[in-house]
Design a protein around this ligand. Structure first.
Ligand code: SF4
Ligand code: SF4
Ligand code: FES
Length: 227
């Protein structure tokens, strides 16, 4: 028999199977916590930090990523406080600056309340979320790609940058990459650091019905739980 625990997320008492992540439980119960590097049924890295929440212990709260936090009996989680919204907005803004032409990242940033980006654009083609690496090794047991290098030289590559014989040509790494999901119409340029109009209009719709899921497409490609 699966052992269950009871925890509180944003005041709602929720019963969840022991060992589940706080993020998975929140998604299952329709509590929208933005996330990027998480992929259902794969291990979690805690790479993007978008899924941060406050974990309250003995009256003190600690900010932590909900995808790497396992549920425990009596746990108290706050996912939508002013502190979290502020931190998450900044994380999303940095992600847009890193990859300003990723429509998927722009959509998440708008959902986090980003209107304009204050950081210089870097136009990188990878945000090191590790979705591709994990799906390759955990779903396909191929290990055809992996992280190489450190710091600013860190990137995803095949062994010795050579075509990998282990690759099964499944294409899942590309399907899951936020740089390829619903790409932006065109890269944003310095001086045009605003986010695209479509997200704004989706957010206006979301703001007019704050308590309801509006099927806004913002979770598309990220399995937010409603697709
Ligand atoms: S296409 Fe190749 S590298 Fe990509 S997930 Fe599949 S096996 Fe891995
Ligand atoms: S290539 Fe894409 S999926 Fe892989 S780590 Fe970079 S951004 Fe993430
Ligand atoms: S989804 Fe949790 S850190 Fe990225």
């Amino acid at each position: 028999m699966i052992p269950y625990v009871t925890l509180s997320i944003d005041g709602a008492l929720i019963k969840a199977a022991k060992g589940t992540s706080v993020l998975d439980v929140a998604i299952e119960y329709g509590i929208c916590i933005p996330h990027l590097c998480h992929v259902p049924n794969l291990s979690d890295l805690g790479a993007c930090r978008l899924c941060i929440v406050e974990h309250v212990v003995n009256g003190r709260s600690k900010v932590t990523t909900s995808c790497t936090l396992r549920v425990r009996e009596g746990m108290v989680i706050r996912s939508n406080t002013e502190r979290i919204r502020h931190l998450r907005r900044n994380i999303a803004e940095l992600l847009v600056a890193q990859a300003p032409n990723s429509r998927a990242i722009q959509d998440i940033a708008v959902r986090c309340g980003v209107k304009k980006v204050r950081y210089p654009f870097r136009n990188e083609n990878c945000v090191l979320c590790g979705r591709c690496v994990r799906v390759c090794s955990e779903m396909w047991q191929a290990k055809a790609i992996g992280f190489v290098g450190r710091g600013k030289d860190r990137k995803v590559d095949t062994p010795f940058s050579q075509p990998s014989e282990a690759c099964k040509r499944c294409g899942t790494c590309i399907d899951l990459c936020p740089m390829t999901i619903t790409p932006c119409d065109g890269p944003m340029k310095p001086g045009e650091e605003y986010l695209c109009g479509k997200c704004e209009s989706q957010m206006m719709e979301a703001n007019s019905s704050p308590d309801q899921c509006i099927w806004c497409d913002l979770g598309e490609g990220f399995q937010c739980g409603r697709y």
